[in-house]
Design a protein. Structure first.
Length: 271
């Protein structure tokens, strides 16, 4: 199957089997080793990707049971090598044609997952860090990735991010997907039919996932999302966390933006 991105962490193979169609994901180690996204993920959450593929069944089981959207049925996996899952019907979601129904579906799905509250955070299969460690460990990938970034990050931006990170005080964490994008989903007849990528699920602040999503919604979509989300659970205050999370997500190359000023000045959808 054709990779969606040049830096995709896996090669995808569509397999016809006696038990029906499957998708085999083979880990691309060379890509993972040079990925700033996975460097940030491994440093912050200690997930040890791609060795964490050995435990990805736990993610599949949880999201399948507690989420609102379909995910591929887990078949098998091996640490650092592959994941085999049942093929899911649907077409790739086109960002330009995201319907209000899709936004509502996603809001309901995330709200449901975010209702699962944890006192510890970290790798999905081994969330061992205390809440007090979040502001400390959050600063580490920001410093490391900024130091290794291809072009310099203005010192005031970096310092403001580190100062905000140091002041964070969080009590609860939830399952979040840190490569949450529309292209990780499938649709059928205008409705989301599945989320197909489980690799980057961790236990972390739901605010971090919402800041990532904020970049991908129009104001109209953001309003619909918030209304639907609030119908299921409380809405968090992003004000005191948004800046440092934006810097982190930029340094992790989460959506491919290379202009730090454009990224930091992007429209705030949720006040």
């Amino acid at each position: 199957m054709v990779a969606k991105f040049e830096d995709s962490s896996h090669q995808l193979w569509h397999c016809e089997t006696v038990d029906g169609p499957m998708v085999l994901k083979l880990c691309n180690h060379q890509t993972v080793e040079t990925s700033t996204f996975w460097r940030g993920m491994n440093q912050l959450f200690a997930i040890n990707f791609p060795a964490s593929l050995a435990y990805i069944d736990k993610t599949h089981d949880f999201v399948s049971e507690h989420g609102e959207l379909q995910i591929p049925e887990f078949i098998a996996s091996e640490a650092s090598v592959f994941v085999l899952a049942r093929y899911v019907d649907g077409e790739d979601v086109d960002v330009e044609h995201v319907s209000d129904d899709m936004v509502i579906q996603l809001a309901n799905h995330l709200a449901k997952l975010h209702q699962s509250k944890r006192s510890h955070w970290g790798a999905f299969h081994n969330a061992e860090f205390l809440s007090e460690q979040w502001p400390i460990k959050l600063q580490q990938p920001i410093k490391t990735l900024a130091k290794n970034y291809s072009s310099s990050i203005a010192e005031p931006i970096l310092q403001q991010a580190l100062q905000q990170a140091a002041q964070l005080k969080l009590d609860t964490f939830s399952p979040i997907m840190l490569d949450l994008r529309w292209d990780q989903m499938l649709h059928q007849q205008g409705k989301l039919s599945a989320i197909v990528d489980m690799d980057a699920f961790v236990i972390g602040p739901r605010e971090l996932e919402l800041v990532l999503l904020e970049y991908q919604l129009s104001q109209h979509q953001a309003d619909i999302f918030k209304q639907s989300y609030q119908a299921k659970t409380d809405w968090p205050d992003l004000t005191q966390q948004r800046y440092c999370y934006r810097v982190l997500l930029f340094l992790m190359n989460s959506l491919g933006e290379t202009n730090i000023e454009k990224w930091m000045n992007a429209e705030i959808r949720w006040r």
